[in-house]
Design a protein. Sequence first.
Length: 452
Amino acid sequence: MSSTPAAAAPATDALEIRDSRTGKTYSLPITDGTIRANDLLQVKAGAGDVGIRSYDPAFLNTASCRSAITFIDGDAGILRYRGYPIEQLAEKSTFLEVAWLLRHGELPTQEDYQDWVYRITYHTYVHENLRKFLEGFRYDAHPMSMLCSSVAALSSFYPKAHAIHDPEQRNISIVRLIAKLPTLAAFAYRHVKGLPFIYPDNDLTYVENFLSMVARMSESKYEANPVFTRALEVLFILHADHEQNCSTNAVRAVGSSHVDPFSAVAAGIAALYGPLHGGANEAVLHMIKEIGHPKNIPAFIEQVKSGKGESRLMGFGHRVYKSYDPRAKIVKKLADEVFAQVGMDKDLEIALELERIALSDEYFIKRKLYPNVDFYTGLIYRTMAFPTDFFTVLFAVARTAGWLAQWEEMLLDKEQKIARPRQVYTGHPERAYVPTLSERFPRPKKKDSLRK
Ligand code: CMC
């Protein structure tokens, strides 16, 4: 059974505030380092005032939920899933074990794990109509558009998935989504390449099967390069969850309307597609291509710093990490291993030099901008022969595990309701409608126009 976040402990500390408009003082309980935004409603300028609201565009300092899934300490560069350090999981675990852990809160027993792997393996096929649906896309469709649409379309194949309060339905939907994402992703890849679709091979592991569906040609059995298989397994683990990021927030917000999980995950995929989020790994390679040679890096850095052309150093910076992203450290090591196998890449040279220069530049130091997970992942993916526009798809396949754990946690959290933020209205006050257009251009009477 999935776990729910622990309830808030009764508050013993309080924030004392004084409203300069009225001179009144208030005591707001502090729990887990937070005050409740709703407690501000008692702070009123006078009768008829609705009370103070907190204004926080982009949620810079707002906790939207209590969660027991992923812990990040952005200053110390720490990331843990359910308390387990990401470094240990990346070294010793498998993606499916991590997916189980994220959802259930504990590592699976051997029996749990075998059953979980079995069920995921035997739900990898998709309805043939979905295959046809994917075939309807243009030859140059972005695979993230295809993935997003096909996951949304899955919802129509499983109407019972709307019963989100039924644990059995939640269970099978979660299995289906984790099982079918690699199939849909691989089909999107094959469509763009103009290659025949390869059906899942149930003898293979999750990652091997994915690589088989992507790369298999005429061979009867696909044998993946073990260095690539392990690299992808690690990258999937690193991308499996990252607490309340843009796409997870999208899944939770859309899921809070009690729509089915296929639709909620499609919303997460749409959010991930953006270049400031999952699309950054693709953007890093475009950036490296644009730089072209290490000698052009200083000029590029100057351009970034000047803010001209809205260019940013892609793969650098993070809303939460104000030190080296712990995932980036693991990815950099992984890149070394992969490149040791396939040889040094000129773009890796540019990336290393870019990192070296940026980390010693005052602009980046002052703003605490360090490489994030996306800085080196693209280089590894490209070495594995994945096309650039497919990188974010790989991210989405892995993040589905986290989205689903977060979605279920949200559903089981008694404090959660439909996500519905407030606004500060900045438009016109009430004003009377002046019928300008309709007076100048009166519509012909219906009867008249019919007689003509
Ligand atoms: N290159 C140059 N300057 C930057 C960068 C960057 N990559 N990131 C932030 N800054 C500057 C920004 O201009 C601002 O400077 P100033 O204070 O002078 O106005 C300051 O740093 C703070 O930036 P911000 O935009 O307020 O920070 P944010 O927390 O809103 O943005 C971010 C976080 C990840 C969107 C941003 O750092 C960024 O755009 N990075 C590049 C895209 C990227 O790599 N995204 C992947 C994120 S990790 C994977 C994921 O979660 O999807």
